[in-house]
Design a protein. Structure first.
Length: 312
């Protein structure tokens, strides 16, 4: 920690920190060996309560490697810049990159929704946020076929090519023939990573970002994770509600997702393929982030994906 503080202190100008005054670095959430999976550090002036920067290790306590800068994803359209923290970059420390970004001094959408407790108000912000993301994605959408293979390769980079490899690749073979409008994708969009600031919507944690994924899959993630983490729905029930009755607070978001799919010309079968894609990607994320402890949850998502294939 002391050596990190020295490096930060010596690079104040590059990091946009005050030129004078003592700085403090503290470890944030060190217990997170899985899920978000990284050691995170908060940098602040010694006398301030709010941090100035957040730094994230490229390697977790569990040895998992971050594949790209979660604050500045590579290979995505420039339209994504408007959603990123204002200042961001990479800091080398002891031979490993530490990704850094300016601290977003605003409550997350998750905290706003939990305070709303299912009533109007904060919930009404979900649709404008979904629309904003959808507009940026639709502006660069183009029809592709190889989107399943791209996602499966990303998952297998972390999982390796063991027994699970054939399971994921079999889904790709079953669904790879469906051409769909694709665009850049955050890859793991949930309301804890979304902030509503004076400068507009900001989104962090782009480690799972891809340059090409089916239109709407990020909003599927946002719908399901909000159902799970804010409304406390069980994971499988949250996914199944997509094709049934959405819970009351999420009905406007589901309607916005349907509106965007209609605008891009997606029929019923194509929408099912997008949901299957999101299910398989979510299963892959769970296995990559949690290892064997996530096998049961990931297996349940793959079961639902198999059932949805039968609906095609």
């Amino acid at each position: 920690m002391h050596s990190l503080l020295e490096i930060v202190d010596h690079r104040r100008q590059a990091l946009g920190l005050p030129a004078q005054g003592p700085l403090a670095v503290e470890l944030h959430a060190p217990w997170r060996e899985s899920r978000t999976g990284r050691c995170m550090y908060l940098v602040r002036r010694a006398d301030d309560d709010l941090p100035l920067l957040v730094l994230q290790d490229s390697v977790s306590l569990a040895g998992l490697v971050c594949r790209q800068n979660p604050y500045a994803p590579t290979g995505l359209d420039v339209g994504v810049d408007a959603l990123l923290p204002d200042r961001r970059g990479v800091l080398d420390w002891e031979g490993q990159p530490r990704f850094w970004a300016s601290w977003i001094a605003a409550p997350s959408l998750a905290s706003l929704l939990r305070r709303a407790n299912g009533t109007a108000g904060a919930w009404e912000t979900l649709v404008p946020i979904a629309r904003r993301v959808g507009e940026l994605q639709a502006a660069v959408a183009a029809t592709h076929q190889g989107f399943f293979d791209t996602m499966v390769r990303r998952v297998l980079e972390t999982l390796g090519h063991g027994e699970l490899s054939e399971i994921f690749q079999s889904f790709g073979r079953a669904l790879g023939s469906y051409p769909l409008p694709c665009t850049w994708s955050h890859g793991d969009l949930w309301c804890q990573d979304i902030f509503v600031t004076d400068q507009g919507v900001k989104i962090v944690d782009w480690e799972w970002a891809l340059p090409g994924a089916p239109v709407g899959c990020d909003l599927v993630d946002l719908y399901v994770t909000t159902a799970e983490h804010v409304l406390a729905m069980e994971g499988a029930a949250a996914w199944l509600s997509l094709s049934a009755q959405a819970p009351g607070p999420l009905q406007p978001l589901k309607a916005e997702l349907d509106r965007q799919w209609t605008a891009t010309g997606l029929g019923t079968a194509q929408r099912i393929v997008v949901v299957i894609y999101a299910l398989i990607r979510a299963a892959g994320r769970i296995l990559c982030q949690e290892g064997p402890t996530g096998s049961a949850a990931a297996g349940r998502l793959l079961e639902i994906a198999s059932q949805r294939i039968d609906d095609l």
